[in-house]
Structures are given as structure tokens and as C-alpha cells.
Design a protein. Structure first.
Length: 178
């Protein structure tokens, strides 16, 4: 007979073990995100897919905060994160560490994520932009590649945390999810 698994049946690791587990070579950069829910949900998804780190930039709210915690459910304690006011400082730092910088944005030269080949020998940083304005204009020239998620309906965008979840899943499938 089929039954829903109880928490103790899921065999989840604890925070201490999570910190020691090898992460996928993916960093998520949140650029001027307004919603604490989007920040928290991104942390929760990053935890699920063993993302290396989240970098919060600009006006993006930082933990600890009750509204972030409501969506993150403790993932702000497991996922490494940092804050940098200037998105371009973050991009320069990541490039100096060998990360390919990917902007998740609809641009005149963006590629569909389904047409982008993820190379499991590379390190990637994906930038998710503001809910209304997208990625900061001053960051656009410093981004290596722009990716967008195919959308078939009448709307032209996805919620930031939904977009982040799709992108993290695509990278986790190739970079390390077993």
C-alpha cells in the first residue's frame, strides 16, 4: 500500500553534515531582489540541490529575518551565503575564481536554457535579477552568457524563486545530482 513518507523516513542529513558534503559548482547571485519570500525560497531550493553558495547583492534582504525564514525553513543556516553591495564587484570576484557568469534574463542575444550545454568541468554563477527590472543594467556588459527559460503561455516572466528553482534543477542534473 502506498503511503506518504514521514520526515524520519526521508533520511535527510543535518546541517553539520550538509556543510561537509561536496556541493555542485554553482553559485546563485541575487541582484536587487525585493521580496523576502523570493530570497527564502531560493535558499530552500539551493539547499535541496547542494548549491555551493548564494551571494546577495544590492537591496536584496539578508538573513536573519522572520520573513526570509518562513520560506527558507532553516536553509539560511545550511547554505553558505555572503553579501556584496555592488553586483560588478561580485562578478569580477567570481570571474577571478574561474566561474562562467550566466545572466538569467530575456535579452536580444539570450539562449534558451534548453539549448545551453552545461559542461560538468566548469564552474558557473547564475544571476537572478530584480522582480520588475531584471538584472541591473550596469552588470549586463560583464555577463558571459544570457539564458532564458522557454515560456509558452501569455505571461512574459516567471517569479524569481520559480525561475531560480528551474535553473538550479537544470544545473544540478548535470553537475552532480545523483
Amino acid at each position: 500500500m502506498v503511503h506518504k513518507l514521514k520526515l524520519e523516513e526521508l533520511n535527510r542529513i543535518d546541517v553539520e553534515t550538509f556543510k561537509k558534503v561536496e556541493k555542485i559548482p554553482l553559485i546563485v547571485v541575487l541582484d536587487n531582489i525585493r521580496s523576502m519570500h523570493n530570497v527564502g525560497a531560493t535558499f530552500r531550493t539551493a539547499d535541496a540541490f547542494l548549491v555551493q553558495k548564494i551571494i546577495l547583492c544590492g537591496i536584496t534582504p539578508q538573513p536573519p529575518h522572520r520573513e526570509i525564514h518562513k520560506a527558507a525553513l532553516g536553509a539560511t543556516e545550511s547554505v553558505d551565503w555572503s553579501y556584496e553591495a555592488d553586483i560588478n564587484v561580485t562578478i569580477d570576484d567570481l570571474k577571478s575564481q574561474g566561474f562562467e557568469i550566466l545572466g538569467i534574463e530575456q535579452t536580444s542575444n539570450s539562449k534558451m536554457i534548453s539549448n545551453f550545454t552545461i559542461d560538468n568541468t566548469k564552474k558557473y554563477a547564475v544571476i537572478l535579477g530584480n522582480e520588475v527590472e531584471g538584472i541591473s543594467d550596469e552588470a549586463l556588459p560583464n555577463i558571459d552568457t544570457f539564458l532564458e527559460i522557454p515560456q509558452l503561455g501569455t505571461k512574459h516572466s516567471l517569479n524569481v524563486s520559480v525561475c531560480g528553482g528551474i535553473v538550479m534543477w537544470e544545473f544540478a542534473k548535470v553537475l552532480g545530482l545523483k
